[in-house]
Design a protein around this ligand. Structure first.
Ligand code: ADP
Ligand code: ZN
Ligand code: ZN
Length: 791
């Protein structure tokens, strides 16, 4: 599906030959913007380079004469560093002072194939470095295609030789049979307008070798053109051009008007588009993009995870075709590299991708859209920069005078607070897209109180009889069901029947999860697998039982209870292969299955007309998670998955199985009451000074020894006590996952009131770090600004 696509061939202007010395086109690209010393006008011989090291400084290197015309801010270069070589990016010109004070070494190589990072991106990455407290080099790394930190500037551009007949070919045919055969074949292709063709195709058709062709070129019969391959181009069959005609409804029109007015004003503005599931937010994005494109502008669309949202991506591709570059995590480094270059060269004015796409090298994007802005996958944890792509999107838009749209059915409380304070403009679409002129309703949600389900306890199953019955009805009516197994704390683990011992990963302080197909235990944090133990690790009892239910067990139970039911399972195990999400969803979309069941992967963004039932197996899972956002996450998940039901003509119904039917969050989800939930949650946050009221910074210490790591954290706490007494300091305490991949972790949390400026906090942390000095080898300190997840 993702094969290299040769047809249509790239336009002439994108054809280049390899090697910069032979490339006059590229020379004039750079020669006008050489680094020049501002005063003397002489060429500056020193470049200041950001290297991907966790050290907050730039490094000066000498520019050898033969490179000087290539070097300018934004260029990727390779430099010596100690005994190693590192790849970094030129960010500034050096001064004569650098020359004098420094025995600078020479730049070793320059990557001339990659368009230099723009001034805008250099500035944005510097902002990221400052705000998220990492080095500029680390921030710059996130703005380059993956693999860019390999210390080589060798060309990663792939080319292909295209062979065609020369218009000035001699009249007499060549002598050799093979030669004649080749010419004959090319004539046929030319008549069919298929020439020039890749040399490999020609040779596999006619036989012969590269030498035969070279000879024919020398004799003037053939021409060879070296073309650059764009491995990121999507094959034509991935383009879905089927689209229904739609008339916008009034809330959509209002939203689009406000947005296009802002785009026209050519100045920064940020919208929070709060529209219930199925209210037509994607259509608003599409119209806004259309507006930008009609004025020749460019745009970025962030989606939480490409593989989970093939339908959304398809809609963009259907509307904008080849103008769209889709970036996703399953692309090979080569594909990503090509996409990056294509975007930098202006070939793709629309970029769709996950969080890293916020740093895509578009020139002056006019619009940045963040779909499902509440999703936690927008936050990067490792490696640095630990940035939040939504927040970076807003800052990028601000810096380049662009319009930003944050869209969600369940906006994050952070964004809601910004809308309330007037930082963002709130656009609301409280109703679903009307169907045939009739208002479409959100699905009815029913609670199944599991505490009363005696039958369930007897059968040891997990599906309540009402839910099974409802699924059965859908099967009879040829409608479909989505089942969510909210897996947090619900994975199948083994337990000793007599003492309660649970096998844990030897490197991480978490339980091992049972995987039936391979009959082994696996750690979901580090991936280690182990055989099933034959006895309890504590009391040596042989009576071990499986607890909890995984998706596999759920699948079995359904197959047992509803004979003949057609099931599709979507979880980590079934989606490892490339394109596997796509396949599962396509199958479901064709109606080849009655039920799609899975983990949180099934909760998001799916739009299937025949889905009229959604079942949530353990609605309260996740509520008690030690995370300040646990309730917010749960509410979002419940609302999102419920929103998959009844999106077209057929009405939807949702069953929510739980042991805590009275829990406030479950009650709000039942009534689709976002506003009520927000009121309730914001109040709790405010009371405790948690975001969005205050700000959080987490400082995590990890090391191979528990006591030493703790001592380190304690010393830090004392430094922070001294340098930053005006903020709340919590901990240090063992992290939620105390031991991970054989490293012990302790965490210190800073709760920063709004009255304390961020710059002051950063200063205090830097001062403390200086006072602390170098950490011993093997120990690490990780600063996470605005952490998301378990804090
Ligand atoms: P959301 O992103 O808010 O969940 P979508 O944009 O996916 O909603 O819209 C839900 C469905 O309604 C999609 O199938 C979409 O094509 C369709 N749709 C959107 N706007 C309209 C409209 N104005 N008229 C008819 N159908 C629409
Ligand atoms: Zn582990
Ligand atoms: Zn035991």
């Amino acid at each position: 599906m993702h094969e290299i696509n040769l047809s249509p061939v790239p336009p002439l202007s994108h054809r280049v030959s390899i090697g910069y010395s032979k490339d006059p086109q590229r020379e004039d690209l750079v020669s006008s913007t050489l680094l020049r010393h501002p005063k003397s006008g002489t060429r500056v011989q020193i470049a200041r380079i950001a290297l991907p090291l966790p050290v907050d400084q730039l490094y000066s290197y000498r520019i050898p004469d033969h490179f000087s015309r290539w070097i300018r801010p934004g260029r990727r270069v390779v430099v010596p560093f100690g005994r190693r070589k590192l790849a970094g990016v030129v960010v500034e010109e050096g001064t004569e002072a650098d020359l004098a004070s420094h025995r600078a070494r020479d730049i070793l190589d320059v990557d001339v194939e990659l368009p230099p990072l723009s001034e805008e991106l250099l500035e944005l990455t510097r902002w990221i470095a400052t705000y998220y407290m990492c080095s500029w080099g680390e921030a710059v790394r996130a703005a380059l295609p993956p693999g860019s930190s390999a210390a080589t500037a060798r060309s990663r551009v792939r080319t292909i030789a295209m062979v065609g007949l020369s218009p000035e070919a001699p009249d007499t045919p060549p002598r050799g049979n093979k030669q004649q055969e080749i010419i004959e074949q090319l004539r046929i292709w030319e008549a069919a307008e298929e020439s020039p063709v890749p040399q490999t195709r020609l040779l596999s058709e006619c036989g012969g070798t590269a030498a035969t062709i070279r000879r024919l070129v020398e004799m003037g019969y053939l021409e060879i053109e070296v073309q650059e391959l764009d491995r990121s181009r999507l094959a034509a069959d991935e383009l879905d051009s089927s689209e229904k005609k739609i008339t916008l409804h009034s809330a959509q029109i209002q939203a689009i008007e406000a947005i296009t007015e802002q785009i026209r004003a050519d100045s920064f503005g940020c919208f929070l588009l709060h529209g219930v599931t199925g209210s037509g937010k994607t259509e608003v994005y599409l119209q806004a993009l259309q507006h930008v494109r009609s004025e020749g502008g460019s745009a970025i669309v962030l989606v939480p995870e490409i593989s989970l949202t093939p339908q959304t991506v398809q809609r963009f591709r259907a509307r904008f075709g080849d103008e769209v570059a889709v970036l996703h995590s399953r692309m090979s480094p080569g594909e990503r590299y090509d996409a990056w270059r294509g975007i930098g060269e202006g070939r793709y004015p629309i970029v769709i991708g996950p969080r890293s796409a916020v740093l895509a090298p578009l020139k002056n994007p006019a619009l940045i859209i963040v779909d499902e802005e509440h999703e936690s996958s927008y936050k990067q944890f490792d490696p640095a920069p630990r940035y939040h792509a939504r927040d970076v999107a807003v800052v990028r838009a601000m810096k380049s005078g662009a319009t930003c749209i944050l869209g969600s059915a369940t906006p994050s409380l952070d964004s809601l607070a910004n809308a309330r304070s007037g930082k963002y403009t709130l656009l609301e679409m409280p109703e679903r897209v009307p169907i045939n002129g009739r208002p479409a309703r959100l699905p009815k949600v029913r609670v199944i109180d599991l505490r009363n389900e005696k039958a369930l306890r007897k059968t040891q199953g997990v599906l309540a009889p009402q839910l099974i019955e409802a699924i059965g009805e859908r099967v009879d009516r040829k409608e479909q069901t989505i089942l969510l197994l909210n897996r947090r704390g619900f994975a199948p683990v083994m337990e000793c029947v007599s003492c309660g011992w649970v096998p844990e990963c030897r490197d991480c302080s978490v339980s091992m999860v049972y995987h039936k197909p391979l009959n082994h235990l696996r750690c979901h944090y580090c991936g280690i697998t182990e055989c099933i133990p034959s006895e309890c690790g504590s009391c040596k009892n042989h009576d071990l039982a499986f607890m909890g239910t995984g998706t596999q067990r759920l699948e079995e139970e359904l197959a047992e209870k509803i004979p003949g039911i057609r099931l599709l399972r979507m979880d980590l195990d079934t989606t490892t292969g490339r394109g596997s999400h796509h396949r599962i969803l396509a199958e479901f979309g064709r109606g080849d299955a009655d039920v799609l069941l899975g983990t949180q992967m099934v909760a998001k963004g799916l739009d299937f007309e025949r889905v009229t039932l959604v079942g949530i197996i353990q609605a309260e899972a996740g509520l008690q998670f030690p995370d300040i956002r646990a309730e917010e996450r749960s509410f979002q998940l419940l609302t999102q998955v419920a929103g998959r039901a009844g999106r077209a003509e057929l009405e939807g119904e949702v069953f929510l199985q739980t042991r805590q039917p009275g829990h406030a969050v479950i009650q709000f989800a039942l009534r689709h009451d976002y506003a009520g939930f927000a009121e309730y949650a914001l109040e709790a946050r405010e009371e405790l000074n948690y975001p969005p009221t205050g700000k959080l910074v987490s400082i995590l210490f990890s090391g191979p020894d528990d006591r030493e790591t703790r001592t380190l954290a304690d010393r830090w706490r004392k430094l922070i006590d001294r340098n930053l007494p005006e903020v709340d300091r919590l901990g240090p305490s063992p992290a939620f996952i105390h031991k991970l991949k054989n490293r012990y972790r302790h965490q210190l949390l800073l709760k920063i009131p709004d009255s304390v400026p961020s710059s002051h906090v950063r200063d205090a942390i830097s001062r403390s770090a200086k006072a602390m000095g170098h950490l011993r080898s093997g120990f690490r300190m990780t600063i996470d600004v605005d952490p998301v997840g378990i804090v």
